[in-house]
Unconditional design. Structure first.
Length: 130
């Protein structure tokens, strides 16, 4: 959940950029977004794998990877469509960023309500025993 909130914070900070931004202004905001994504992706994968039955570990891993890649591909495409519909105006990019902010917020709320991995040792035994 904290990763999604960190990403949402980075996106919210990016929405406020004006047209006179410099590379450094955008770079540190993108770093915040990336940090949040890294925190979210790792925790999300942990929950998915800990919740999977032993005989479906490979399937769950593949499914989470598939949906992550769909998001990585479709997110920028959708943002570009929204931006293009505005005639590539800054207001259109802000709308695209606000949609990304909504997605990050929904991800954070969903993660907060979802299952938690158990704190007990793995039910699969010692590492490397698969």
């Amino acid at each position: 959940m904290s990763g999604a909130l960190v990403s949402a914070l980075g996106i919210a900070l990016t929405v406020g950029l004006d047209t006179s931004w410099q590379v450094g202004d955008l770079a540190w905001r993108l770093a915040v977004i990336g940090l949040g994504y890294g925190l979210f992706a790792a925790a999300n994968q942990t929950v998915a794998m800990a919740s999977a039955p032993d005989d479906l570990i490979g399937t769950v891993s593949a499914a989470t990877s598939l949906f992550r890649q769909i998001g990585i591909a479709s997110g920028p495409a959708l943002a570009t469509i929204v931006w293009a519909r505005s005639g590539y105006e800054p207001a259109g990019m802000r709308v695209a960023l606000l949609l990304a902010l909504a997605a990050a917020a929904i991800g954070g709320v969903t993660a907060a309500r979802g299952p938690r991995p158990s704190a007990s040792p793995s039910r699969r035994g010692a590492a490397g025993s698969r």
